[in-house]
Ligand binder design. Structure first.
Ligand SMILES: [Zn+2]
Length: 356
């Protein structure tokens, strides 16, 4: 059929039942694909088509992400005599959007492929990274201004297990910076209500709610068996109790704090760098003023909490460089982010030489 159209819709392609389907997407081998599609690079296919196709008369379907590259490859194949080559219009996006069947490579369900599609497409972030998130257990201490974006983004990204620790109730004055809560949630326990939010956002996540104020007597028990601890508390004493437990347990601590229009961000991993107490010693002025006294710009908590969530995802998936050994200083008034080096303090009372 010499006049076969160059492009074909997803529905037409499905009913045409092509004997040969070539998927030229970069991640074709590790993402859901049209059943029986064969992953191949555009270069391989166009430079030596006879390696893949027995006859120039064989009907072929060429598939890419959105139908652009497949149209080019189709033209190249046609100019080489493969006149039955056809491009899938709209690519896999079009195929997936109307719910046509997909074959999944091992590891993720088709639903998970759809849910996490945009992060799976990132360079360096494949099925392995998604599975690493799914297998991770993260404790989030404080479900307030920082905890809200941390929980929302970690749940959305597919972190498999989240433990939410907070002993407070939702107050109406929280709502300007804690958008996981609704007006009708005022008076409810934060840990439980935040857990309900997480479950509604992503049923893949196993979520635990603990209405608990951490101190030196209970922090180790509460934080053991996690891969990462995220501290989102505005209490200096609580932060130190969490840090001491993190050092004891050998678990990285992702730290954030806010003050009016400024924020701080760091990853403390005492196995390879400073701990929280190396930078903020226990005998320093601990009278950190809470948001209820000094005020805070809501979006600042969103910025810093989102950065904390980003650091957690990076640590779990081993993408990029972690912030370990650096203290990030954010200022919303000038829209600047500075980063200063922080070092292990040999005299640190928690992780230093004299600590035990
Ligand atoms: Zn230390």
């Amino acid at each position: 059929m010499a006049d076969r159209r160059r492009g074909i819709s997803a529905h037409e392609a499905q009913s045409a039942a092509f004997p040969l389907i070539f998927d030229i997407r970069a991640l074709a081998a590790s993402t859901p694909a049209i059943p029986s599609a064969r992953p191949v690079s555009a270069d391989e296919l166009t430079s030596s088509p006879d390696r893949f196709i027995d006859s120039t008369e064989t009907p072929l379907l060429i598939v890419c992400d959105i139908g652009f590259r497949s149209a080019i490859v189709t033209d190249l194949l046609r100019s080489a005599g493969y006149n039955e080559a056809v491009s899938l219009e709209g690519g896999m996006e079009g195929w997936t959007a109307i719910g046509l069947p997909l074959d999944s490579p091992e590891g993720l369900t088709q639903q998970q492929y759809r849910r996490y599609d945009r992060q799976l497409k990132l360079p360096d972030f494949g099925v392995g990274a998604q599975q690493a998130l799914g297998n991770a257990r993260v404790a989030v201490v404080g479900a307030g201004g920082l905890g809200a974006p941390v929980l929302a983004y970690l749940a959305a990204a597919g972190v498999g297990s989240l433990t939410i620790i907070d002993s407070d109730d939702v107050e109406v004055s929280n709502l300007h910076r804690q958008p996981i809560y609704r007006t009708q949630d005022v008076g409810t326990g934060k840990a439980r209500t935040a857990a309900d939010f997480v479950s509604a956002l992503n049923p893949d996540v196993t979520v635990g709610a603990r209405s608990l104020r951490l101190d030196d007597s209970n922090a180790i028990d509460a934080l053991a068996d996690h891969d990462i601890i995220v501290t989102c508390t505005d209490s200096f004493e609580t932060a130190h109790a969490i840090n001491a437990a993190a050092v004891d347990l050998g678990i990285p601590l992702v730290f954030g704090s806010v003050y009016r229009t400024e924020g701080q961000l760091a990853v403390f991993d005492s196995r390879s760098g400073p701990c929280y107490a190396c930078v903020f010693p226990t005998d320093a002025d601990g009278s950190a003023l809470s948001c209820s006294i000094v005020g805070v710009l809501g979006p600042v908590t969103g910025v810093v909490g989102s950065m904390q969530a980003g650091e957690v995802v990076k640590l779990l998936t081993e993408i990029g460089e972690s912030s370990s050994g650096r203290l990030g200083l954010y200022d919303a008034r000038t829209q600047t982010m500075e980063s200063v080096s922080v070092r292990k303090n040999p005299a640190c009372r928690v992780c230093g030489d004299a600590s035990c």
